[in-house]
Design a protein around this ligand. Structure first.
Ligand SMILES: [Ca+2]
Ligand SMILES: [Ca+2]
Ligand SMILES: [Ca+2]
Length: 303
C-alpha cells in the first residue's frame, strides 16, 4: 500500500518536471537573455582577410579550437563568436544578455549597446577594443568614431566590466536615458573624451582607469596634441542633464580636464587618483568620502 502511494507520488513528480521542462522550451524563450562567449582576434592580420582566415594553431584566441576566429567564428552556428557586433546582434544576444570575452585579443569595431547587456572580459583576459590594428587600412576611419556606444532606455541596465577601449574619438560614449555601470574598465589614448556622458544618462564608474586622453600619435591620422588640438581632450565628462559617480578610480594625463561636470545633474567623486590633468576637476563635481545617495539626493549637489 505504502509502495503504491510512493509510486503515484513519483509519477506526479515526473509529470511536474516534464511540465516545467515544457515551459522552459516555449518557442522564442531560448533567444532571450542568455550568455555568449567571444574569442579574441589576432593583433595583426594574418592575411588580407584578417577576420575570416583561420589562425595558425596555438595563436590568437581560438577558444573552442575549431580553427575559426573573427567572422568565420561568427557564422559557424555555435554560441561562440568572433566579433562583438555578431555576439550582440540577432544571432547572438540581440542586446539582451551577457557577452563574455574568454580569450585575450583585439576587437577593432565600434559596438553599440541598447538593452540589458553585460559586456565583459573574463578574469585575466585582455579584451582590447581598439581602433587601430597593424596593417588594417580601415583603422584610419575607425579612429574618427567612438569605441563603445551605450544608448539604452531608462528601464534597461548596461554593465561594462574588465575591457579596454583605446584610440577612438571617445573611448566610451554614453547617451540618451542610459543607465550604466563601468567597472574595472581601462580607457586610454582616446582623443576627445575617455568617457563621455551626455543627455539624461546616469553612470557609475568604479575601479577604473581613464588615462592619457588627448595624447596620441599616428602618422596617418595625426599627432595629438602636438600638431592637432584635441576637442576637448577630457578624461571623463558629464554633460547636459547627466549624473554619475566616480569611485576608487584613476584619471590621469588628460590634455583637458580630468573629471568635468557641466551637467545639471549631480556628479560625486570619492577615493580617486586624479593627477596631471588640466585641470584635475572642472565644473560642478562634488568630492565626498562616499557617494551613497548621490544619484537621488540633492544635498550632493554643489551649492
Ligand atoms: Ca574558434
Ligand atoms: Ca561560432
Ligand atoms: Ca566555433
Amino acid at each position: 500500500m505504502r509502495r503504491s502511494k510512493l509510486s503515484r507520488r513519483g509519477r506526479g513528480t515526473a509529470a511536474g518536471v516534464a511540465a516545467t521542462g515544457a515551459l522552459l522550451l516555449v518557442p522564442g524563450a531560448a533567444l532571450a537573455n542568455h550568455p555568449v562567449l567571444v574569442e579574441g582576434n589576432c593583433n595583426n592580420p594574418p592575411s588580407a582577410q584578417p577576420f575570416t582566415t583561420a589562425p595558425a594553431p596555438g595563436t590568437c584566441g581560438d577558444y573552442d579550437g575549431d580553427g575559426r576566429i573573427g567572422t568565420a567564428e561568427d557564422g559557424d552556428g555555435d554560441r561562440v563568436f568572433g566579433t562583438l557586433n555578431a555576439a550582440n546582434g540577432p544571432s547572438g544576444i540581440a542586446n539582451n544578455g551577457t557577452i563574455t570575452v574568454v580569450t585575450s585579443g583585439l576587437f577593432p569595431e565600434t559596438v553599440t549597446l541598447t538593452g540589458n547587456v553585460t559586456l565583459e572580459g573574463a578574469p585575466g583576459v585582455e579584451a582590447n577594443i581598439d581602433a587601430v590594428r597593424q596593417g588594417d587600412p580601415d583603422g584610419n576611419a575607425r579612429q574618427g568614431r567612438p569605441g563603445i556606444v551605450v544608448n539604452a532606455p531608462k528601464n534597461r541596465r548596461v554593465v561594462i566590466r574588465n575591457v579596454q577601449s583605446r584610440n577612438w574619438t571617445s573611448g566610451i560614449q554614453i547617451k540618451g536615458d542610459s543607465r550604466v555601470s563601468l567597472n574595472r574598465v581601462r580607457v586610454e589614448h582616446n582623443v576627445n573624451y575617455g568617457v563621455e556622458v551626455t543627455d539624461d544618462a546616469r553612470v557609475a564608474i568604479t575601479g577604473s582607469e581613464v588615462e592619457a586622453t588627448g595624447f596620441r600619435l599616428n602618422p596617418m591620422t595625426g599627432d595629438f596634441p602636438a600638431a592637432n588640438r584635441p576637442d576637448p581632450g577630457k578624461g571623463i565628462e558629464f554633460d547636459d542633464r547627466s549624473s554619475g559617480t566616480v569611485v576608487s578610480s584613476t584619471v590621469t594625463g588628460s590634455f583637458g580636464a580630468g573629471i568635468s561636470d557641466s551637467s545639471s545633474g549631480s556628479v560625486c567623486v570619492a577615493h580617486v587618483n586624479v593627477f596631471d590633468n588640466d585641470p584635475d576637476i572642472e565644473g560642478r563635481v562634488t568630492v565626498r568620502s562616499s557617494c551613497i545617495g548621490a544619484g537621488s539626493d540633492r544635498r550632493y549637489r554643489r551649492r
